[in-house]
Design a protein around this ligand. Structure first.
Ligand code: ADP
Length: 493
C-alpha cells in the first residue's frame, strides 16, 4: 500500500448515495442526510434517510427473491462460486473500500485495510467453501424408520450493523446468511453506510441475484425499527448497543416473534498477573487492546486489572506505549490511532474521563481532545488509575480510547472483579502458570478469553457474548445455525 494511492482516493468525490433495492439504485421517499467525515468534519456526500415505505419495499423484494428460489434453489456449488467471486471483487477493490470506509468512520488505514476488506473477503471465502461441505444428518432412530434432519434457509434475514467496522461485521452476518440461501436486507449505521452500499453493488456484479441483497440507509428509530417490526423478516441479526438490542427484542415480541441475535457491548477485563511471561509484551498488548481504532471495538480490553505487586511498574509501561502512539489523520500511513467516529462519541468519551476524575480516579496519560484545528474528532490515548470496580468507568462501556486500571491482590480477587459486570464479551489473562490459564478460562464469564495475547481475527473461531453482551455467535460454522431452520422428516420404512 502506497501513500500516493491512498491520497489519490482521498480526494475523489463521492456521489450522493441511493438505496439498493431489488438490484437497483433507487431514490428514497424520505429525505437526505449529509455525511460528515470524522477526519475533518467536512461533508463527504449525502445518504438517503429512507422512509418506512422504502424499508417495506426492500423487505418485499427480499421475500420475492427468496420465494422464487433464484438464490435459495441454486446448486450449493453455484452459490459457492458466486460468493468466491464476491470475495475476489472485495480483494480487487480493497484499497478503494478501505479508504471509502476510513473517510466515513475514521479508523486508521493500516488497521482498516486488514480488518475491513481483508476480513470481509476472508469471511465470504470461508462461508463460500462451507456451502458444499456441510451435510445434513440421519438420526439414529429405530430401524423401521429413517429420520432425516435437514437445514433449510430461514427466508428473509434483517441485519442491523454498526459504524465501527461495517464491512467486517457486516460480512460476519451476510456471508453465512447468503451462503445458507437466504435473502437479506441490511440497515447500516447512519454514521458509516458507504462501504455497505458499495458491497451491495459488488455482490450484484459477482452474481448475487437482484433482490437477494438489499441495503436501506436511514435512522435506526425509523427504518431500523421498521425492519425489526416487519412481519416478513424471519431472523434479525444485530451488532450495536445494549439499549437498541433491548428494543429489538421488544419489536420481535410485538411483531412476528422473529429470532433475534444480538452482539452487544463489553467491558472486558484484561488481567495481568505478576508471572506474565513477558511484561513488556503484555503492556504493548494491553495498550493495543484498547487504543486500536480509538477503542471503538466491542471486544476492547477496557478494564486493565493488574496484580498489585507489579501495578506501578506495569502502568508506567502502558503509559509509555500510550504516549508513544501517533494519533493523526487516519489516511496517513504514519498514524497509529485515527479519528473518533463522531463529535457526539468524542464528547461522550470526554464525559467518561471527567466523571472518573470526579469519582476519585487519576489521569496518568491523555484525557483530552487533540487536533481540534483540523475540524476532525481526535482524542489522546487515555490511561486512568485508581479506578474502583463500582466506578462508572469500570461498569459502563466507553467505546473510546479510555483505559481504566484496577489493582488486585490475588487470582480470586481478579476473577471477582472481572465478573463484576453486566457484560461478558471478551477478556484476557497474562500468566505463565498453565493451571492458572485453565482456571481463568473457566472462571471468567465471557464469550471469549485470550491468553497472553489480545484479539484474534480468524473466521474459524466463534465470536459472541454472554450475559448482557448478547446471544448467538458470529464467525465459524456455528454461525450457520442462526440462518437455518432445522426441519425433520420421519420416514416409515
Ligand atoms: P451505537 O451506540 O454503536 O451507535 P446503536 O445501537 O445506536 O449503537 O446503533 C447500532 C445500529 O442500530 C445502527 O445501525 C443504528 O441505526 C441501529 N438502531 C439504533 N436504534 C434503533 C432502533 N430503535 N431500531 C432499530 N435499529 C436501531
Amino acid at each position: 500500500m502506497q501513500q500516493e494511492q491512498i491520497d489519490l482516493l482521498r480526494w475523489q468525490p463521492i456521489i450522493p448515495q441511493k438505496l439498493f433495492i431489488d438490484g437497483q439504485w433507487v431514490a428514497g421517499t424520505g429525505s437526505q442526510n449529509k455525511v460528515l467525515s470524522p477526519i475533518d468534519g467536512r461533508v463527504l456526500t449525502t445518504i438517503e434517510r429512507a422512509s418506512r415505505a422504502d424499508m417495506q419495499a426492500a423487505v418485499a423484494a427480499a421475500r420475492n427473491a427468496f420465494a422464487d428460489g433464484r438464490w435459495a434453489d441454486l446448486a450449493p456449488s453455484a452459490r459457492k462460486q458466486v460468493l468466491h467471486k464476491l470475495a475476489d471483487l472485495i480483494q480487487e477493490n480493497a484499497l478503494e473500500l478501505a479508504v471509502l470506509g476510513v473517510r466515513d468512520n475514521g479508523t486508521e488505514i493500516n488497521m482498516a485495510i486488514k480488518a475491513e476488506p481483508g476480513s470481509a473477503a476472508a469471511t465470504f471465502r470461508y462461508y463460500a467453501e462451507a456451502i458444499d461441505k456441510v451435510y445434513g444428518e440421519i438420526a439414529p432412530t429405530a430401524p423401521d424408520f429413517l429420520g432425516l434432519i435437514h437445514k433449510e434457509p430461514v427466508g428473509v434475514v434483517g441485519a442491523i450493523i454498526p459504524w465501527n467496522m461495517p464491512l467486517m461485521i457486516g460480512a460476519w452476518k451476510l456471508a453465512p446468511a447468503l451462503a445458507a440461501g437466504n435473502s437479506v436486507v441490511v440497515k447500516p449505521a447512519e454514521e458509516a453506510s458507504l462501504t455497505t452500499l458499495r458491497l451491495a453493488e459488488l455482490a450484484l456484479e459477482a452474481g448475487v441475484p437482484a433482490g437477494v441483497f438489499n441495503v436501506v440507509t436511514g435512522k435506526g428509530s425509523e427504518v431500523g425499527e421498521e425492519l425489526a417490526m416487519s412481519m416478513d423478516v424471519d431472523v434479525l441479526v444485530f451488532t450495536g448497543s445494549g439499549m437498541t438490542g433491548r428494543r429489538l427484542l421488544e419489536y420481535s415480541a410485538r411483531s412476528n416473534m422473529k429470532r433475534v441475535y444480538l452482539e452487544l457491548g463489553g467491558k472486558s477485563a484484561n488481567i495481568v498477573f505478576a508471572d506474565a511471561p513477558d511484561l513488556e509484551q503484555a503492556a504493548m498488548g494491553a495498550a493495543m487492546a484498547i487504543f486500536r481504532n480509538s477503542g471503538q471495538i466491542c471486544i476492547s480490553g477496557s478494564r486493565l486489572l493488574v496484580e498489585a505487586s507489579i501495578h506501578d511498574e506495569f502502568v508506567a509501561m502502558v503509559v509509555k506505549h500510550a504516549q508513544a502512539l501517533q494519533v493523526g489523520d487516519p489516511l496517513s500511513l504514519g498514524s497509529q490511532v485515527g479519528a473518533i467516529n463522531s463529535v457526539g462519541q468524542l464528547n461522550g468519551n470526554l464525559e467518561f474521563v471527567e466523571k472518573a476524575v470526579a469519582e476519585g480516579a487519576t489521569i496518568v496519560a491523555g484525557g483530552e481532545r487533540v487536533m481540534e484545528e483540523t475540524g476532525g474528532y481526535y482524542m489522546q490515548p487515555t490511561v486512568i488509575t485508581g479506578v474502583e470496580p463500582h466506578h462508572h468507568l469500570a461498569q459502563a462501556e466507553v467505546f473510546g480510547p479510555v483505559l481504566g486500571v484496577i489493582p488486585f491482590q490475588d487470582e480470586a480477587e481478579a476473577i471477582a472483579i472481572a465478573n463484576d459486570s453486566d457484560f461478558g464479551l471478551s477478556g484476557a489473562a497474562w500468566t505463565s502458570n498453565l493451571s492458572r490459564v485453565h482456571r481463568m478460562i473457566k472462571a471468567v464469564k465471557t464469550g471469549m478469553m485470550h491468553i497472553n495475547t489480545y484479539g484474534g481475527a480468524d473466521a474459524t473461531m466463534p465470536l459472541g457474548g454472554v450475559k448482557q453482551s448478547g446471544n448467538g455467535v458470529d464467525k465459524s460454522l456455528h454461525a450457520f445455525d442462526k440462518y437455518v431452520d432445522i426441519k425433520t422428516a420421519w420416514i416409515k420404512l
